[in-house]
Design a protein around this ligand. Structure first.
Ligand SMILES: [Zn+2]
Length: 227
């Protein structure tokens, strides 16, 4: 069933099918490799070289440190870059994040055009269409890493927590977001945010290699890996 889905998607998107074996990597999903401290990594300038999940995360972490410190370089945002990626793309990470205006992934990781596939929904909630968008990068483009990025003081999680606590139904399709977050409910919003990041990673890991969960701190600008 799974293979059929992947094959169908490959036809749908017209891209080369990337075999799961290519992406399997060595012992990464358990998170041991991510847990190590990694040396500073230079920007990933050459898009066409293969990039490991570990190196992709190291590059994102290095960019986040620049952002935190107020030393963003805004790489890959000039005319030459636009021309370089005009005919093909080789992004090295998928970021599934919240719609929140204060957490734009390209900014908080200090990257540019052609670096990330970004999928954004309220509190990074999933449904089948969103899942397809997340799977597109690893399955069709060979993207080595998926990052689930939640954040401090998430408005969607806060609204859902209050609706569940007060037993109220939100207007229209907003209630779908509440239902998607119900499983992570706890009265403490920050704990619910962390629980929802864990739950989202747990849903994605059986489907995709190299999925990690991280939390963005609005106060400091820091992205911290949670899982
Ligand atoms: Zn949010």
């Amino acid at each position: 069933m799974r293979d059929e889905l992947i094959a169908r998607r490959s036809v749908l998107f017209g891209g080369a099918l990337v075999a799961g074996a290519t992406l399997a990597g060595a012992g990464f999903v358990g998170g041991v490799a991510f847990g190590r401290s990694v040396p500073a990594v230079p920007e990933l300038r050459e898009l066409r070289e293969p990039v490991s999940a570990e190196r992709a995360w190291a590059a994102l972490s290095a960019g986040n440190r620049r952002w935190m410190a107020g030393r963003a370089r805004h790489p890959h945002q000039d005319l030459s870059r636009r021309r370089y990626v005009a005919t093909s793309q080789h992004p090295y990470a998928v970021v599934l994040s919240c719609i929140d205006s204060r957490v734009p992934p390209e900014v908080v990781f200090d990257v540019g055009v052609g670096d990330l596939l970004v999928v954004r929904t309220a509190a990074h909630t999933l449904d089948p269409l969103v899942l397809g968008a997340v799977e597109y990068g690893p399955q069709e483009l060979g993207v080595p890493l998926v990052v689930v990025l939640g954040h401090q003081r998430c408005g969607a999680v806060t609204a859902a927590a209050h609706a569940i606590r007060d037993r109220v139904t939100l207007h229209g399709d907003l209630q779908r977001i509440v239902e998607a977050l119900r499983g992570a409910y706890t009265p403490d919003v920050e704990r619910m945010i962390a629980a929802h990041i864990h739950a989202t990673v747990t849903k994605l890991r059986p489907l995709l290699p190299h999925v990690l969960g991280a939390r963005y701190d609005l106060d400091s600008g820091r992205v911290s890996r949670l899982v």
